[in-house]
Design a protein. Sequence first.
Length: 280
Amino acid sequence: MYRRVAIVTDSTACLPAQLTDQLGIEVVQIQVRIGDHTDDESRIPVPDLVSAMRANVPVATIPPDPGAFFWTYNELAAQGVRSIVSVHVSGRQSATVEAARTAAAQVRVPVHVVDTHTCGMSIGYAVQAAAKVAEAGCNVEKVLATAQRRFDRSTELIYVDTLEYLRRGGRIGAAAALVGGVLSMKPLLTMADGQITPLDKVIGADRALNRMLDIAIKRAGTDTVDVAVEHFDAPEKAQRLLRKLRTGVPNVRQFMLTQVSSAIGAHVGPGALGITVSPV
């Protein structure tokens, strides 16, 4: 189907491949390096990454090369799209958005590169909404406004078993003040102003997850929302959170359970969980 506006994002949006294929969303891959091996994160098996992290093998993430964006944009231009909206992870967490801007300056169609100042399914739901508006034939201004409204209003709640992986990757931001606390103290984090920020501290994992659940339910209120539960190597806990959210949030249009991208997992560490609340 001919599209006036095409949507591009990066792999931290955590959208299932089946959904991006269905909506025609182009996904540019962030790379993950384990020891001396580097590949697109979609080709890094999660069990391999988890094993490496637990064994203290050096792990790092690498933003896409501008060339990856350049060829993606050019292919879309060749298909006849008039504009491209390219929606990406916070520039304070990754140089991905800068790579996109570098490529955008070199293609013949207008490319609107958007720094969402967030991550995960807060991007995913914004991209999904923008793609549906684009599919309906709306102009680029409407597509941009739709994406902006969704990620601006979304809440990203994050639980990590330890802050060590965020510290190693340099993504800890304002949460650095929590390092070195009592071992049983579990931090709850959020995204604010484009970086990871402390939200609360709770003693014990179960209490921390219950607190995150309470915050998510409160943030959802009675609005119509999309809700996602994200995890990295913690499927059973994620399922339990999802079941509780199904009973606690009254007006949910879409629930999604997803494992975060390996690029996010490399920073939050095994056992991490997240809840995205995205008002429709």
